[in-house]
Ligand binder design. Structure first.
Ligand code: DAH
Length: 360
């Protein structure tokens, strides 16, 4: 076997054995590089006689061409194999469901959402949030709010009382958020503008009543506050909360011990195939109680009724949440069913603001 044929079979074997492009490149350099074996053979042509060159030239050049071609072919198939391997190891299954980012899991309960919405709306009108304890004294829950002795709301059937203390007084679970009015007037100087959202308790349970529920109280005390202000505030609130451009409201005379005059407020709505829409239609729906704070309450809280006057309102949060979000059984709010919460709950990072949208 001639040197050329021997070298060719060695090189073709090395090319065939190269497992990747780097190994192949090493073979190429060892054959066709500046000091490669084939290049060395080519260099010998210069020193040959013309006859010798005629004989060996085509063999050596043929070797160079065949080795070059074999390298090119091997390179192509190694590159294709490398691409296949990469594609196989880096597959992405685009049909997989999206995994929710950590911060997006969990849902905000509709009651918390509505409290955040109320707070955003009233904060925009200059109100701050006041809070009080769920366990109240009879004095703050009833007496200071001008409830006469023997008022039916003091009855055992409505109010959850704690066992009497040695002095005969009894603590209770607050039956409304109105005692926070008392606490606010006792500790802050007018002008006062607060809302007081929170839990309230009454011994009652059916589709529209639960022993624990939520209310939001509003209180404004100043020298010149009047019913016109109250009407404007409630109207602005209803438009913002129900996200409608206009809403008619109806103020009906009513009675609460702590306000005089007292009113109940209905808002315009349309009931349609089990759905309810606000800001249109000819039906009315009661949403809150309100009135001018009774002079006795002002006195009981250390304010002079000849100097200060104000108004207050109280609204069921659960009820307006049910109306706004189409929830028809109050009890579902408190069953802690994760499936229900996933359906009716709100995304934790979508905090309600007037600028950014309340519920979108
Ligand atoms: N406290 C009342 C209730 O629980 C609601 C209420 C009515 C609150 C009129 C007020 C008000 O502040 O002025 O039913």
């Amino acid at each position: 076997m001639s040197d050329v044929t021997k070298l060719e079979s060695e090189l073709l074997a090395a090319i065939g054995a190269a497992r990747d492009e780097t190994a192949l490149e090493a073979v190429r350099v060892s054959a066709l590089g500046k000091s490669g074996s084939v290049s060395a053979l080519l260099k010998t042509l210069g020193a040959m006689t013309p006859d010798e060159r005629k004989e060996k030239g085509p063999a050596i050049n043929g070797l160079k061409d065949r080795v070059g071609a074999a390298i090119a072919t091997a390179k192509e198939s190694l590159a294709a194999a490398a691409l296949d391997a990469r594609l196989a190891s880096e597959t992405v299954d685009v049909t997989l469901p999206l995994r929710e980012p950590q911060a997006e899991t969990g849902r905000v309960h509709p009651i918390s959402q509505v409290i955040d919405e109320l707070t955003a709306i009233f904060a925009d009108m200059g109100f701050s949030v006041a809070e009080g304890p769920d366990i109240e004294t009879d004095d703050y829950n009833f007496t200071k709010l001008n409830f006469p002795e023997g008022h039916p709301a003091r009855d055992m059937h409505d109010t959850f009382y704690f066992p009497p203390k040695p002095d005969g007084s009894r603590l209770l679970l607050r039956t409304h958020t109105s005692p926070v009015q008392v606490r606010t007037m006792l500790t802050k100087q007018p002008p006062i503008r607060v809302i007081c959202p929170g839990r309230t308790y009454r011994s009652d349970s059916d589709q529209t009543h639960t022993p624990m529920f939520h209310q939001v109280e509003g209180l404004v005390i100043d020298k010149g506050s009047h019913l016109g202000h109250l009407k404007w505030i409630l109207e602005e609130f209803c438009k913002a909360f129900f996200e409608v451009d206009s809403v008619k409201m109806r103020f009906r005379p009513s009675f609460f011990p702590f306000t005089e005059p007292s009113m109940e407020v209905d808002i315009q709505c349309r009931r349609d195939k089990g759905e309810i829409r606000f800001g249109e239609g000819n039906d009315w729906l009661e949403i809150l109680g309100c009135g001018m704070v009774h002079p006795n309450v002002l006195k009981n809280c250390g304010l002079d009724p000849d100097v200060y006057q104000g108004f207050a309102w109280g609204m069921g949060i659960d009820r307006i949440a049910m109306l706004k979000y189409g929830i028809n059984d109050l009890r579902a709010f408190f069953e802690a069913d994760v499936r229900w919460l996933n359906h009716y709950g709100f995304r934790p990072l979508d905090f309600p603001t007037l600028a950014g949208g309340l519920s979108s």
